[in-house]
Design a protein around this ligand. Structure first.
Ligand code: AMP
Length: 316
């Protein structure tokens, strides 16, 4: 079975296509979603293509979302990018379409959808949207805006080609995208820059990270601290990767308290696999980059103990 051809055949059969992505979007969620939308708009100008999912939390320099009424879903094909589990899909009207396609690069824990294409070897969902384009190149047209968005998704999810999921294929795809008319330097700068208040929070992270003898790191950001720095949850994205450059740190959790009181847990690792741990705490993700939730301080302690255990076993 050629799922990439089947996806294109299905796309061709619909007049209306609505594309979703995950909640709390990152550059790859937006890049793959709107990159695909742009690719389809240029290739099939007669179709109505929408990108939905609500506000994009500081990433509106990449793209903004469409507002669509429920009735648009009646005869629509729905495609969801970069989202492993259905509860994380932003805007649960994804269920209202006639057919559903899942395109993702996370472990396929929940193969929702009539057609499912998952490639966990890819650096990013944006990379596999480019693979979809290559596979069907005789019928699809790339444009500058799609290239800009897909490039942004790739640099976002690879930490600008730093993380281990980066392959020679990733670089080939990025090099090809760079031949289109957009400014990669500007894009990199926009993704990298942070407001002063976030830089100050970065200082707090380095000052206060707790690291055990096996490299298990922990930073707790209580709501009172976020209020003091004037920072909301979405602005913490810039500080999540920072502990990775510390020699002594092997795997770490950033525990961001939410206004409701629970903690959003952002897990990262340089070796020990952490996504099984994430799954035990209402989360999931990649082997070395996952997210979870802790209902209270006691669950934060449990999760940190589990990170410590994983680091200890890894070091053996
Ligand atoms: P984050 O820390 O939010 O940047 O997430 C890191 C990775 O884990 C991303 O690939 C997310 O898609 C995934 N992830 C984060 N939170 C969850 C969750 N609650 N359930 C499943 N996957 C998640």
């Amino acid at each position: 079975m050629d799922v990439l051809k089947d996806i294109l055949t299905t796309i061709k059969a619909y007049e209306t296509i609505i594309i979703h992505r995950h909640q709390r979007p990152d550059p790859d969620a937006i890049g793959s979603q709107v990159g695909l939308a742009e690719l389809l708009r240029t290739s099939f100008p007669e179709k109505k293509i929408y990108q939905v999912g609500g506000p994009v939390e500081g990433l509106d320099f990449l793209a903004t979302m469409d507002e669509v009424p429920d009735e648009y879903y009646e005869d629509a094909l729905v495609i969801v990018t970069d989202t492993a589990n259905s509860p994380r899909i932003s805007d649960d009207r994804y269920k209202l379409g006639k057919q559903l396609i899942k395109i993702d690069h996370h472990p396929n824990d929940e193969p929702y959808g009539d057609l499912v294409w998952v490639n966990t070897n890819a650096s990013s969902c944006s990379e596999i949207i480019v693979d979809f384009y290559h596979h069907n190149q005789s019928e699809l047209t790339m444009n500058d805006e799609a290239a800009r968005l897909l490039y942004a998704g790739i640099i976002g999810d690879t930490g600008r080609f730093l993380y281990p999921a980066t392959t020679s294929h990733t670089l080939e795809v990025a090099a090809e995208l760079m031949t289109y008319d957009f400014e990669p330097v500007d894009l990199n700068r926009e993704l990298e820059q942070m407001p002063m208040k976030v830089a100050k929070l970065a200082g707090y992270v380095y000052q206060n990270i707790e690291v055990d003898e096996n490299g298990a790191g922990k930073v707790i950001l209580p709501q009172s601290l976020l209020d003091e720095y004037g920072i909301v949850d979405s602005e913490t994205a810039a500080i999540v990767s920072l502990p990775g450059i510390i020699d002594e740190v092997l795997a770490w959790g950033i525990f961001v308290q939410q206004p409701e009181g629970y903690y959003r847990v952002r897990l990262r690792s340089k070796g020990p696999v952490i996504n099984e741990l994430a799954k035990k705490h209402h989360g999931g993700g990649h082997p070395l980059a996952s997210g979870a939730n802790a209902k209270d301080k006691a669950e934060v302690t449990v999760i940190y103990n589990e990170i410590q255990q994983l680091c200890k076993e890894y070091k053996k």
